[in-house]
Design a protein around this ligand. Structure first.
Ligand code: ATP
Ligand code: MG
Length: 232
């Protein structure tokens, strides 16, 4: 579904991505793990065209034109849930969810809202609450739920577990599995390698802008270097 070939990103003279290649097949959960500053968020930003890049990005075997603006990438069926629970604090939960569907003009938005709320019952109880008054974990769920409202084929998730207590992390990851089983392909960026490897089919390890290890989650979890550096 997604194929990335020789992706380079520069921030000024800093080479943040040094020609990485990876792919995500339809129906998979693929995780990109790595330490702070490895280039994980940069990878997702390049796929979403939020920053300039060199290299090739293919979606369903067709090259994505590098000059497409970010909203056109959304239209291609890619939802990007960025780092740090970015929701609208002054809007209600329901309004936040409706905004997730702003690029759509089909008639199934209400139906999808019901589906999304069945995955996130905590949000269903809080539809009229202001986003800014949700707990950190609930805000993270709202960010993921809003991404789901785009009805995307491919979801790019940037550290959905960040800053959350283990129980909420578990809940978020359980929900990701549900979303995947319902037909959404997932590219998951995580520092929490333990959890990410548990739900992912395959994994890539990113270190200072290069992919150094790749394989099935089982293979990567058994890799000595990964055990030492990323698994507690
Ligand atoms: N706008 C920017 N200008 C300059 N350098 C940047 C910019 N954004 C990111 N970088 C640098 O690029 C490198 C990769 O950053 P990136 O945010 O992709 O890392 P990451 O793997 O997502 O890390 P984290 O786990 O901390 O979120 C880092 O060294 C970072 O300082
Ligand atoms: Mg990041």
């Amino acid at each position: 579904m997604l194929e990335v070939n020789n992706l380079y990103v520069y921030y000024g003279v800093i080479e943040a991505l040094k020609g990485i290649s990876f792919n995500v097949a339809e129906g998979e959960i693929v995780t990109l793990i790595g330490a702070n500053g490895a280039g994980k968020s940069t990878t997702l930003r390049a796929i979403s065209h939020l920053i300039p890049y060199k290299g090739q990005i293919k979606l369903n075997n067709e090259e994505v034109r590098p000059d497409l603006p970010p909203h056109k990438i959304t239209k291609l069926g890619i939802a990007h849930i960025p780092e740090g629970r970015i929701i609208f604090g002054n809007l209600t939960v329901k309004e936040n969810l409706e905004l997730g569907a702003y690029t759509r003009n089909d008639k199934k938005i209400n139906e999808d809202m019901e589906k999304v709320l069945s995955v996130f019952p905590r949000l269903k109880e809080r539809l009229s609450q202001l986003g800014g008054t949700l707990s950190g974990g609930e805000q993270q769920m709202l960010a993921v739920a809003r991404g789901m409202m785009q009805n995307a084929n491919l979801m790019l998730l940037d550290e959905p577990s960040m800053g959350l207590a283990p129980m909420l992390v578990q809940e978020i990851f359980d929900n990701l599995v549900k979303i995947n089983k319902a037909g959404t392909t997932i590219l998951l960026v995580e520092q929490n390698a333990n959890m990410a490897l548990e739900i992912a089919d395959r994994a890539y390890v990113l270190e200072t802008g290069s992919i150094i290890i790749q394989g099935t989650s089982k293979e990567v979890a058994e890799n000595e270097r990964v055990k030492e550096a990323y698994l507690g």
